[in-house]
Design a protein around this ligand. Sequence first.
Ligand SMILES: Cc1cc2nc3c(=O)[nH]c(=O)nc-3n(C[C@H](O)[C@H](O)[C@H](O)COP(=O)(O)OP(=O)(O)OC[C@H]3O[C@@H](n4cnc5c(N)ncnc54)[C@H](O)[C@@H]3O)c2cc1C
Length: 417
Amino acid sequence: MLDGFTVLVALEGQWRLHDQPVLHQAMDLVRGHQGGRLVLLAARAEGQRLRGPHQRKLDHDALRALHARTEALGIPLLCFPELPTAAALEALAPVLQPDAVLYGEQSRLFADWPASKAKFPRVFGEFRRQIQGAPEPPLPEPEISVLANGLEAWSAGELETLRHRSMGPPAPPPGPSPERGPNRGDPRSAFPFRGDEASALERLQHYVFDSDGLKTYKASRNQLVGSEFSSKFSPFLANGSMSVRRIWHALEAHQAIFGPSEGCEWMRQELLWREFFLWSERAHGEAFHSESGIQGRLPKANPNRELFRRWTRAECGHERIDAQMRELNATGYLSNRGRQWVASHFVNSLQLPWTWGARYFEWMLIDADPALNTGNWAYLAGVGSDPRSFGGSPRRFDLEGQAKRYDPDGSHMQLWR
Ligand SMILES: Cc1cc2nc3c(=O)[nH]c(=O)nc-3n(C[C@H](O)[C@H](O)[C@H](O)COP(=O)(O)OP(=O)(O)OC[C@H]3O[C@@H](n4cnc5c(N)ncnc54)[C@H](O)[C@@H]3O)c2cc1C
């Protein structure tokens, strides 16, 4: 058993060092104790399902990079990618029983309920109206050397014991090698990035300051092809390699330099949608993910397994939907517009149970986040927070009209034929 005052930080799927409140708390604890040691744990957050193939690739990038950074500081990062945190702590118990265990939390703009907890708004407009106060600022970036300052070192023998227990950073998942080329396997991918913290921050700088991305965001965000029509922040937010407060802060900095802009305003609006679904999930508990949703109304659906199987294989027979599904299966990324088409077609035309589609997305998406995924699916299935659906039927997309508007030259279909 390793002794000495030890604080263990369970990162809970937040694979970054910047804007990590829990790391600051851990350092305070160690300092308050006049010294001690820190160890980081990367396991599956409680209640989090196993990640699908595309997200696993990003986790692999993020954890490898984090491992290299923290090990260089003498802070062990113990990886149990398949185990829930409690099981990982149990596996470590024979050699390590920390004096304190602190838990990382998913990055949110607000630290506390931004709208009424008791009567949480069912629609986004009301949520926006109720928001009081500004989002929290990100914490100052902990200088990596300051982070290690004041910590007692682990001996080589102790590090070896710990490493022996841990499974180590995850091995690259099967499939095309992540190291092969910038496009990570499929040259058509709209998300040709690695999933680690450095890549996340690079993308933030590029999209907000070094390109026209943010300036043109309002007009481009509904497009279907390429890496630049939208920010592509979602996979980084989902694996915690970027903090949402850091993004908000960058938008404020952009506004301070260039003045108010439509792009900035729309991006803020989208980040508030994210916030809305995260807090809705907390407010509504199990109902949020149930088939009857927050409206408590069971939609009509036909549980046809064969049709569902064809849909997952991009063989449902609608050429635009099949093209979207081919993109999803090959890369894990789909534009917001593409996701809306697919989900609307799934519930309205195929009439399959929306929770099946949501579960498949959660497995396949490179940015899968249960609250955002369910919130959007339930919205389109007419049992969530779409104000038009209360007491009525789900919103239906006219795919032909949509295609003329958003893919007039058929470039998405050609790409994903
Ligand atoms: C059926 C369906 C399922 C979805 N599942 C997910 C999911 O699992 N994970 C996920 O992150 N997003 C999900 N979305 C929301 C949205 O499609 C993605 O966030 C967006 O396409 C990601 O690309 P981006 O980062 O370039 O977006 P941008 O347009 O650049 O938006 C910036 C950020 O705003 C937030 N945002 C944008 N649109 C939405 C939205 N509709 N709801 C909530 N937040 C939003 C995201 O954090 C996004 O990264 C889903 C949407 C639909 C219709």
